[in-house]
Design a protein around this ligand. Structure first.
Ligand SMILES: Cc1cc2nc3c(=O)[nH]c(=O)nc-3n(C[C@H](O)[C@H](O)[C@H](O)COP(=O)(O)O)c2cc1C
Length: 375
């Protein structure tokens, strides 16, 4: 029995991932900032929202396809940008890009990737979107955006919720550094996970290929304060594709972004990895939708663990959603088959839930599917 056959939901993937990965790597993926309250609340907040079952509606024909930013996709979910994915499983970036193309869903490649942008684009083609971090000094990062554009990327995600890298206690306690600094405890951690260690060593230890400072050194905790309104203007002038700004929780910021000609915003608290006191994005989403009006494109992530969460996000104002940790845990648990399995599970669950709530199309999902909307 393949490992993927033991995955029936994202929590199964989480458990198998935990058993297969060195603690150092598992904690890098699963960890969050501070006391990890925001990360836990992201999930609890979804659990407090209830969907409303509906009766006697003909739901024999349903479609999961939807459009976002003018493109059609097979499902209302894609893969969020995540740095250093190849630590979860060798060639994870390429596997995600390839599967995204096969399944017609967007896959975001992060600035902190360890795979070069050309390879990712040739695997994912127009399903590959590029996520940009901006360290100090705009020129270098505008240059990187121009390189991405010349490769073919058409959608750019500017992440703005990391002005300064957060303190993530699991990483500090485990001595997680990139490149690895291998002391006794890391050595033991790798030694007791030989399958991961041999596989990762033989594929080549992942290294960031783009995310370097002026001295061409990788600094994981470097400030990313270069992302400001001036930078955004400059980016807009050189990027004629779509720009989405990721990491928005303030209605003021959202309104200003809309007014400066951005194509969409991405409501997120970075999976609780940046500000432990941040609210759950799902609680803020209806306010942002209300502030921006019904047509402005809104993407969403943080805390999506099953398809009912996706429906709740769509019902609360999102047009499209992105999966984070469940993707990496599924890759860590069972490689390519794990990734395919989790995407199929989300798809199957979504299809079933649509029948229960009486909707045939994704764009029929609105606030009325929430139990709380009843008079
Ligand atoms: C291991 C890991 C690395 C991440 N790296 C990035 C990154 O490089 N750029 C970015 O915009 N977001 C990054 N994120 C945040 C995700 O894009 C997304 O916002 C978050 O995972 C959503 O929360 P969830 O995983 O709990 O659903 C990362 C998340 C994880 C788990």
């Amino acid at each position: 029995m393949g490992r993927e056959e033991k995955i029936f939901d994202s929590f199964d993937a989480y458990r198998i991932s935990q058993s297969k990965l060195p603690k150092l790597i598992f904690d890098f993926i699963e960890g969050a900032t501070g006391r990890e309250i925001a990360a836990k609340e992201n999930i609890n907040s979804f659990d407090k929202i209830k969907l409303l079952p509906r009766a006697l509606i003909d739901v024999s024909e349903r479609s999961l396809s939807t459009s976002f930013l003018g493109e059609n996709f097979c499902y209302p979910f894609g893969i969020a940008p995540m740095g250093m994915c190849n630590l979860a499983y060798p060639n994870a970036d390429l596997l995600m890009a390839k599967i995204a193309k096969e399944r017609n869903l967007p896959h975001c490649i992060a600035t902190a990737t360890s795979t070069n942008l050309e390879e990712v684009y040739s695997a994912g083609e127009d399903k590959s979107w590029f996520q940009l971090y901006v360290l100090n000094g705009p020129e270098r990062w505008l240059e990187l955006a121009k390189i991405a554009k010349s490769i073919g990327y058409k959608t750019l995600i500017l992440t703005v919720d990391v002005p300064q890298a957060a303190r993530r206690l699991r990483e500090l306690r485990n001595g997680f550094n990139v490149p690895f600094k291998i002391g006794m405890s890391q050595f033991i951690d790798f030694a007791i996970h030989p399958v991961w260690s041999i596989r990762t060593l033989s594929a080549g230890i992942p290294k960031p290929v783009l995310f370097q400072n002026e001295d061409n050194k990788f600094e994981r905790t470097a400030n990313r304060m270069g992302a400001n309104w001036d930078f955004l203007n400059q980016l807009r002038s050189i990027w004629d594709g779509k720009i989405i700004v990721k990491g928005i929780l303030s209605t003021e910021d959202a309104k200003k972004l809309k007014s400066v000609g951005i194509d969409g915003i991405w409501v997120s608290n970075h999976g609780g990895r940046q500000l432990d006191g941040a609210p759950s994005p799902i609680d803020i989403l209806p306010l942002i939708r209300n502030a921006l009006g019904k047509d402005f494109p809104i993407a969403f992530d943080s805390g999506l663990r099953d398809a009912s969460d996706i429906v709740k996000a769509l019902a609360s104002g999102a047009d499209f959603t992105f999966l984070g940790r469940p993707i990496l845990h599924s890759l860590a648990a069972a490689g390519k088959s794990g990734l395919e399995k989790i995407l199929s599970i989300f798809k199957e669950e979504l299809y079933i839930i649509m029948a229960q709530i009486g909707v045939k199309e994704i764009n029929e999902i609105d606030n009325s599917v929430l139990a709380g909307s009843q008079e």
